[in-house]
Design a protein around this ligand. Structure first.
Ligand code: NAD
Length: 498
């Protein structure tokens, strides 16, 4: 198994269907964003292969759901250990196709391993709703069936690990489809599943966007767990309505960071910069706009510029690189378009960065922008790149109103030395997570998701696990005593009348 991962020939990546390796008639190129050149290819699944995978997952479901939680946990544990033992090989492919520094790629694989390990603490036990002379009522949680998992290109392995973990602990089986930009590392996860899990429990298919659409329309899939953009999330929502699938949508964000006037400036600058530049800004919960009071505005920009100047950008395989390229050409062009728009915007000023690194690959320098208005594209849109706008606010009400003035609502942060004051402001923010003196903390134990157009439902923690399950009430009637007596009396009366 290790050898097959490490010493593969080009184009040897395969789908995993019913515990078998399957290839196809059509392949598509996979590009290394650090060079802009194709380095390998992936097979593209056909509708028939999707049908096969769904049937295999349905067969596996009839057995998997009957295992006890402890039995499932033991098998998931073996799977997570196998992923861990192949972490270097998977991280290598992840850096090659996604671009992130190798150490971060390894961290991502370990994040997936962590998800697979820790969700076992949330075994859903039946809840007693009522027990009296009349009735005993319990709330149970049942698995959904086959879950279709659809993942994006920014954190392919973390998202794959998370969705597999939720589904398998819930008692569901999985058909997983990675983004066509980053399919290979996820196909390796499929290989590990082939070796460690019963056939059909985890199926992995690579393909284009149309494969995702077929999944959302498929009659044999009971739930869709989707992570991606708001635009695609809305298509998924519409498409799953036809079969009323259960869904979780983890979508985009435009996270604000709000500095209060008593913020620790150095800590805030560092925390905000790391969040904004992490994964080259391509994180749903990156800080994407910063609001600072007049008194801290210039010192904050100065501190951010200092950090941007020494941030090492390059190929993720180079030693000590802190930031890789933008993952794909389309996103690279979008980020450059936002920088161009910013240059033309009256009053906007680019203090640092604002250019590519030149040469091949999709590299953009860390960019710090003084932004005059909320309605400029760089502030209003999810930039998904290393370009951070900083805005000035007049008072807290102004900052809160502007932080909330967006269709997104994923994350937000408040920076202050007074945590009570921070918590008070946090209650006014419309976002699924509000951090105080931190940002971009994603942990398997803590429910995660968005307000407004940033999503639907939650993943992680107990709430997350329950999103992959169906509540079922078991209602025992125990109190027929009086009525039975009435029945007996009636029958005695009728006997007497005979
Ligand atoms: P995307 O929406 O373009 O694609 C996501 C996945 O959906 C891919 O696998 C794609 O092939 C598939 N897809 C495309 N069209 C589809 C359709 N009609 N039906 C079903 N599936 C379809 O997103 P992306 O560009 O890969 O990822 C970036 C976006 O993801 C950003 O907006 C980011 O904020 C968001 N994101 C959110 C979270 C979160 O947890 N909230 C995490 C990571 C990324």
């Amino acid at each position: 198994m290790v050898a097959s991962i490490l010493k593969r020939d080009a184009s040897q990546y395969t789908h995993t269907i019913d515990g078998r390796a399957e290839t196809g008639a059509i392949f598509f190129d996979v590009i290394n964003p650090a060079t802009g050149a194709a380095f390998d290819s992936a097979p593209s699944a056909s509708p028939e292969q999707l049908d096969e995978a769904v049937s295999a997952a349905q067969r596996a479901y009839s057995l998997w759901r009957r295992l006890s939680f402890a039995e499932r946990s033991a098998l998931i544990g073996e799977f997570s250990e196998a992923i861990e033992s192949h972490a270097d090989a998977i991280a290598d492919v992840l850096t090659r196709e996604q671009g992130k520094p190798l150490s971060e790629a390894k961290g991502e694989v370990m994040g997936a391993v962590h998800e697979l390990k820790v969700l076992c603490q949330f075994e859903p036990h039946p809840e007693l709703i009522r027990a009296d002379d009349d009735s005993k009522v319990e709330l149970h949680y049942r698995p959904l069936g086959v879950v279709g998992a659809i993942t994006p290109w920014n954190y392919p392995i973390l998202m794959a690990g998370s969705k597999i973990a939720h589904a398998l602990y819930a008692g569901d089986t999985v058909v997983l489809k990675p983004s066509p930009y980053t399919p290979l590392s996820t196909l390796l996860v499929g290989e590990v599943a082939r070796e460690t899990l019963p056939p059909g429990v985890v199926n992995v298919l690579a393909g284009g966007d149309e494969l995702g659409r077929w999944m959302t329309e498929h009659q044999g899939i009971a739930g869709i767990a989707f992570t991606g953009s708001v635009a695609t999330g809305k298509r998924v929502f519409a498409s799953t309505a036809e079969t009323l699938k259960r869904i979780t949508l983890e979508l985009g964000g435009n996270d604000p960071a709000v500095l209060l006037d008593d913020a620790d400036l150095e800590a805030a600058a560092l925390g905000i910069f790391e969040s904004a530049m992490n994964n080259a800004g391509q994180a749903c919960i990156a800080v994407k706009r910063v609001y600072a009071p007049e008194s801290l505005y210039e010192p904050l920009i100065e501190a951010l510029v200092k950090l941007a100047r020494v941030h090492r950008v390059g190929d993720g395989f180079e030693q000590d690189v802190q930031m890789g390229p933008i993952q794909n050409r389309m996103q690279f062009d979008k980020v450059l378009g936002l920088i161009k728009d910013t240059r033309q915007y009256r009053g906007a000023r680019i203090f640092e960065g604002g250019q590519t690194l030149g040469g091949p690959g999709y590299f953009v320098a860390p960019t710090i922008v003084a932004a005059p208005e909320d309605d400029m594209r760089l502030v209003a849109e999810e930039q998904f790149g290393p370009v951070l706008p900083v805005l000035k606010y007049r008072n807290i009400d102004d900052a809160v109103r502007r932080a909330n003035n967006t269709r997104y609502g994923l994350g937000a942060s408040i920076w202050t030395k007074d945590s009570e004051r921070g918590a008070k402001v946090a209650t006014q923010i419309e976002a699924g997570t509000v951090w105080i003196n931190d940002h971009t903390r994603y942990e398997a134990e803590i429910p995660f998701g968005g307000f407004k157009e940033s999503g639907f439902g939650r993943e992680n923690g107990r709430l997350g696990l329950l999103s992959y399950m169906e509540p079922q009430v078991i209602y025992h009637r125990v109190g027929w005593g009086d009525r039975k007596q009435a029945l007996n009396t009636d029958s005695k009366t009728s006997k007497a009348n005979r």
